[in-house]
Ligand binder design. Structure first.
Ligand SMILES: *[C@@H]1O[C@H](CO)[C@@H](O)[C@H](O)[C@H]1NC(C)=O
Ligand SMILES: *[C@@H]1O[C@H](CO)[C@@H](O)[C@H](O)[C@H]1NC(C)=O
Ligand SMILES: *[C@@H]1O[C@H](CO)[C@@H](O)[C@H](O)[C@H]1NC(C)=O
Ligand SMILES: *[C@@H]1O[C@H](CO)[C@@H](O)[C@H](O)[C@H]1NC(C)=O
Ligand SMILES: *[C@@H]1O[C@H](CO)[C@@H](O)[C@H](O)[C@H]1NC(C)=O
Length: 286
């Protein structure tokens, strides 16, 4: 009997015909609860949408809102494979240096004069090429300056298609990483690259030749406005040719960017603005 009573209580809890309550609440009570949650969730969705909208309004399509305050740009050398920072080959073994020449060919092909003439603008050298927006009116797309492959002369791969590797006078090419808005150099003086041997190797490095002359990055390639605003931008390059480097020995070399407003590598990043690599040219029949 007790069991039956319990069952009856349960039934009554689910649907109580006397009070017309379902699960202990009347229809109007349930209605109010559902209405409350409906309004609550609509309100939350609205809040989310408004927040997103405001956030997106503050983003500029052409410029990152947040950018690392990188005062010293990184440098990259070619033709080393990524992350290896060494060039080791034997002059007598074509297959040991052919891949370096091919890597340079590939890297330089977008700099072919004909391609540059087609894509880019002939700028006035030795001054910044500013293309600012006027207020909210975007001055896009922005033009970019020509960097002709022939500027690299003996390291352009045009007259000497093996870039000196076949005669133990190899070329390496240096590129400075892009930093949006950076204005390197000061008082009309362009930043330039210098390379030297680490102390113990200083008598092995021999004479160097820089292309373009003095290893400068012309001011006209700055400032850079970002990938979206300046679609055809060609990063300027500096080539270094080792004219009389000691063979059959390791030579540790460091190249750095000199600009009177780019500080030397700070504590935070000792390698900013400089790049080190090992060069070893073997000259034997082994
Ligand atoms: C660039 O020029 C070199 C030599 O002048 C040529 O061999 C190469 O095919 C050219 N590359 C492109 C992408 O036009
Ligand atoms: C680059 O080469 C093209 C084609 O030869 C030439 O018309 C242009 O003047 C050169 N640009 C610069 C900056 O030397
Ligand atoms: C970018 O290069 C293309 C050709 O490849 C050219 O048609 C276009 O006008 C260039 N854009 C700018 C902004 O210079
Ligand atoms: C290279 O530097 C020297 C000395 O700093 C200067 O006299 C010469 O004009 C520079 N050459 C070029 C092409 O900038
Ligand atoms: C090349 O370097 C060697 C020393 O490593 C030196 O004796 C020689 O005179 C140099 N040659 C030239 C042309 O500078």
């Amino acid at each position: 009997m007790a069991k039956d009573g319990e069952k009856g209580e349960w039934k009554e809890f689910i649907w109580n015909p006397r009070t017309r309550e379902f699960l202990g609440r009347t229809a109007s009570s349930w209605g109010l609860i559902l209405l409350f949650y409906l309004i609550f969730y609509i309100f939350l969705a609205g809040l989310f949408a408004i927040t997103m909208y405001v956030m997106l309004q503050t983003l500029d399509d052409h410029k990152p809102t947040w950018q690392d305050r990188l005062s010293t740009p990184g440098m990259v050398i070619k033709p080393t494979a990524d992350e290896t920072f060494e060039i080791v080959y034997n002059v007598k073994h074509t297959e040991s240096w052919d891949s370096y020449a091919q890597a340079l060919d590939k890297f330089l092909s977008p700099y072919n004069d004909s391609i540059q003439a087609q894509k880019n603008h002939e700028c006035t050298p030795d001054q910044y090429f500013r293309q600012e927006d006027s207020g909210d009116v975007k001055n896009n797309p922005k033009r970019s300056c020509q960097f002709n492959r022939t500027i690299l002369e003996d390291c352009s791969g045009i007259h000497d298609r093996y870039y000196g590797y076949q005669e133990g006078k190899p070329c390496i090419i240096i590129k400075m990483n892009r930093v949006i808005g950076m204005l390197p150099g000061k008082d009309g003086q362009a930043p330039y690259v210098t390379c030297g041997a680490k102390r113990e190797d200083s008598d092995k490095i021999g004479q160097l030749a820089y292309f373009p002359p003095n290893g400068t990055f012309n001011l006209m390639y700055y400032p850079y406005y970002g990938k979206k605003a300046q679609v055809n931008y060609s990063q300027p390059l500096v080539a270094i040719k080792f004219l009389n480097i000691t063979t059959n020995e390791d030579v540790n070399i460091e190249c750095k960017i000199n600009a009177n407003n780019i500080p030397d590598g700070s504590e935070r990043d000792k390698f900013a603005g400089r790049v080190s690599f090992r060069l070893r040219i073997n000259f034997n029949n082994n």
